[in-house]
Design a protein around this ligand. Structure first.
Ligand code: ASP
Length: 339
């Protein structure tokens, strides 16, 4: 599959005033839009680094539609919606009529008739969120919670928020390496797009050629590729490790997980080659002893659990901003000035 063809045009994601409506992919969004998401997320974290609650989405209904497994993303979307005082419905897809042969479109139109304001959608097919965003009523917003190996825009934004809060440096000054299964990772694709848009000048990808996507040079313009860990992590400010997406790998891309660990696992010796204050990230779920050793995952440089908390703030921001046009039209508060 050629992923460059799946990029949703920015028009579908923005309303007539150029504000975020649907959040399907990072591609096509401006630096200002990404910074607005980050700035809004920051307003939901107080000076003691705690998440706040807000009445902003009182009376709104957020429906979580997860056609694929998830722990962190589904739960943090639910936590985010509840912190904004929205009603939250988690639709049990395995027990829904989709399992009886109903089309995705019919399922959605029925749920829409139950007064949904926002659908948070995860689907195993790349392009599913884009397809749905084109088809829903104008007052309903679609937020992509991961579609196949295409995009995971809220993960990218929580990664950006974590980088911004932890390094306290502008993106332009950072050296950031993403390691592992780039080919099957929607996180890698969305992270690279967000880093490019936010102005990061030193984006590195460290992977064996078997775990790089077709057309890599096209989607990752300006990104440096390394096949060796030592060279790739040297003097980095941020290292993002990734799981091998075994569920999406049809033929063996690796000799074994042990070999992957030997060649590409992040261990103490390799981390020592990065800057002394380099932070280590992982979107989860982690496979300890494969892409990352336990001592690093639980070590002082790990910000993996901060990513989870920041995920709630970012998802609050995206939920609020996607309703912002409607809130303003009703004379309610602007999401960005709530707190
Ligand atoms: N949780 C992330 C995702 O949904 C990363 C992963 O599954 O490896 O894409």
């Amino acid at each position: 599959m050629h992923l460059a063809k799946l990029h949703a045009p920015s028009q579908i994601q923005l309303n007539e005033h150029g504000n975020l409506k649907h959040f399907v992919t990072i591609e096509g969004l401006s630096k200002d839009t990404l910074n607005k998401i980050l700035d809004t997320a920051e307003t939901f974290i107080n000076d003691n680094n705690q998440l706040i609650t807000s009445p902003l989405l009182e009376g709104r209904t957020v429906m979580n539609l997860f056609f694929e497994n998830s722990t962190r993303t589904r739960t943090t979307f639910e936590a985010a919606a509840k912190r904004l005082s929205a009603n939250v419905l988690n639709i049990d897809i395995a027990r829904s009529s989709t399992a009886k042969g109903e089309t995705l479109r019919d399922t959605l139109w029925n749920l829409q008739a139950m007064a949904a304001d926002i659908f948070v959608v995860r689907h195993s097919s790349s392009g599913a969120a884009h397809f749905i965003a084109k088809d829903v009523c104008p007052n309903v917003a679609i937020i992509n919670a991961g579609d196949g190996q295409h995009a995971h825009p809220t993960q990218a934004m929580l990664d950006m928020l974590t980088i911004r809060r932890e390094t306290k440096k502008p993106f332009e000054e950072l050296s950031i390496a993403i390691i592992g299964d780039i080919k099957h990772s929607r996180v890698a694709r969305s992270d690279v797009a967000a880093l490019q848009t936010l102005g990061c000048k030193d984006i590195r990808v460290i992977a064996p050629n078997t775990l790089l996507p077709y057309g890599f040079s096209e989607y990752a313009e300006g990104v440096r590729l390394f096949n060796q860990m030592d060279e790739g992590v040297k003097d980095c400010d941020v290292i993002i490790t990734l799981r091998i997406q075994n569920e999406r790998i049809e033929s063996p891309a690796l000799a074994s997980q042990l070999e992957f660990h030997k060649m590409y696992g992040l261990n103490e010796a390799r981390l020592a080659l990065a800057k002394p204050d380099c932070i280590v990230m992982h979107p989860g779920p982690m496979n300890r002893g494969v892409e990352i050793t336990s001592s690093i995952a639980d070590g002082a440089q790990s910000v993996i659990l901060n990513q989870v908390t920041n995920g709630i703030a970012v998802r609050m921001a995206v939920l609020a901003l996607s309703m912002n046009g409607q809130l303003q039209a009703q004379g309610l508060l602007d999401a960005t000035s709530v707190v």
